[in-house]
Write a protein that binds this ligand. Structure first.
Ligand SMILES: [Zn+2]
Length: 322
């Protein structure tokens, strides 16, 4: 059995594990450590190497690691040759892919963690069975990935799906990108803290409603533009806000998605929970080997935990009836 050595590099934690070609994390293979607070690029890489070594020691006798897949915060250049994760100051233009190839002597693929998470949700999570959707992460920042026709979109520089810079308030707050009123500048955890003066985890009902409404506004623009009917939202801010956030987002989407093809658009919580980033890194690895099946209807919705997608498909059903 071939396995993917999956690695998720975050600002607060590093996690790694073994992911099968079916998108399952091998039982007992997951390891997590806190991301070292260091300004030294090599100290951080040494921590990554140590983590990967502990996971490689878990490879079952009858199995072998065929590829390493990595999800990391952006920005990065195409294919993750050089990464500069915003929340990891030690790495600026760090040649992550090359260093991992030298370390592991394996094929290595690196992609943006929000894009990886978007694929994971179509592979194993709440977008299973859906071939066109937006995957979003609403946490400290706002990121995302787009799946159309069963494939993750890349774009000219690999940044397709970066929904954080869709404008939701035309004359709104200045954004780090240089624009104004981007979703990230209005509804990210950082923005909510700046606007309200307290962390997003302590946001009041009005702040939660506003965040959901603005996310719904961005989703509506994307859904109308790209003919997709599902947005799956992960991230500590959105999932922490819970049902009131999703109700506000869906209400806004229903107000703004009035086209025949967009009327059924839904915003649902991510289905994979804490496993999402690692399953996403696994998807990056398997996709690199050409071993990731296209996402979409050939992967029917699973059991109860995937109710989001199942509800969505029911909504579509009448249009497709002969
Ligand atoms: Zn922006």
């Amino acid at each position: 059995m071939d396995l993917c050595l999956a690695l998720d590099i975050g600002g607060t934690k590093l996690q790694a594990g073994l992911v099968t070609s079916a998108g399952e994390i091998v039982s007992g293979s997951l390891r997590r450590v806190a991301t070292p607070t260091t300004a030294d690029a090599d100290v951080l890489f040494a921590a990554v190497a140590a983590l990967l070594a502990t996971v490689e020691a878990q490879v079952p006798e009858e199995a072998a690691v065929a590829v390493c897949g990595v999800g990391a915060g952006g920005p990065m250049d195409r294919a993750g040759e050089h990464v500069s994760p915003l929340n990891i100051p030690a790495w600026r233009g760090f040649p992550l892919r090359r260093r991992l190839v030298e370390l592991l002597q394996l094929p290595v693929a690196v992609d943006n963690d929000a894009k990886a998470l978007a694929v994971a949700e179509g592979w194993r999570g709440a977008a299973r069975g859906v071939g066109a959707y937006l995957g979003m992460v609403v946490s400290t920042g706002v990121g995302g990935g787009l799946v159309l026709d069963g494939r993750l979109l890349q774009g000219a520089a690999g940044n397709a799906g970066h929904v954080g810079h869709v404008v939701v308030e035309p004359e709104g707050r200045r954004c780090s990108c240089g624009g104004r009123g981007c979703l990230e500048a209005e509804a990210s955890g950082t923005a909510i803290a700046a606007i309200t003066g307290r962390p997003a985890a302590e946001a009041g009902p009005q702040d939660v409603e506003r965040c959901g409404r603005l996310v719904g506004r961005a989703v509506a623009s994307v859904a109308n533009l790209l003919d997709l009917q599902l947005a799956v939202v992960a991230g500590s801010v959105a999932l922490g806000f819970g049902p009131p956030f999703f109700e506000a987002a869906n209400a806004e989407v229903q107000r703004r998605c009035r086209l025949d093809f967009s009327r059924c658009t839904r915003v649902v919580p991510a289905g994979l929970g804490a496993d999402g980033p690692l399953v996403g890194a696994g998807a990056v690895g398997w996709d690199h080997l050409g071993a990731l099946e296209p996402l979409g209807p050939q992967r029917p919705p699973g059991p109860e935990q995937y109710r989001g997608a199942a509800d969505h498909l029911r909504c579509l059903a009448p249009r497709h009836r002969p």
